[in-house]
Design a protein around this ligand. Sequence first.
Ligand SMILES: Cc1cc2nc3c(=O)[nH]c(=O)nc-3n(C[C@H](O)[C@H](O)[C@H](O)COP(=O)(O)O)c2cc1C
Length: 156
Amino acid sequence: MAKWDDVLRNIHCGLFVVTTKSGDKINGMTVAWMTRASIEPPMVSVSIGKTRYSHGLIQESGVFAVNILKEGQVDVGKHFGFQSGKRVNKFDKVDYETKITGSPILKNIAGYLDCRVVSSCDAGDHTIFVGEVVDAGTSPDARPMLYVHEDFWGKK
Ligand SMILES: Cc1cc2nc3c(=O)[nH]c(=O)nc-3n(C[C@H](O)[C@H](O)[C@H](O)COP(=O)(O)O)c2cc1C
């Protein structure tokens, strides 16, 4: 039988930075496991590892935003995906704005979904947070990034 993570690599997904704000703390992390969950009301889900700093912040605050990266923004994915907010302030030199929930919305991205958590589900070493979309925006001409494993971890 093929290794299951080799098989899953055949599933196309985009790449996102999931941000949140809890009290005076903000953070963002790179996420590939994001999907649409409901049309009415509009909902999306994100799968967040339980050891991530963002996990506790999303649990505390009940809010997150999905920032949809543009084609070519591998550097942004690495910035938010290869270091933890436990040790560094990833927003030190990154411009952002806020909409309804206070979660950071990055500048120069393909689009965003500002969400309030409506439910969560235990999923092994991750938690799936389902968020109702309370605000959304897009850059009509931007092409969204497609996640390519080798861009981040090199060839096997
Ligand atoms: C390309 C890429 C995709 C990732 N996708 C996910 C994901 O879907 N869920 C997750 O929990 N972590 C994912 N990560 C790992 C987190 O982004 C990473 O552990 C991050 O440092 C966590 O940040 P935090 O501790 O500040 O929350 C991904 C990382 C990369 C580079």
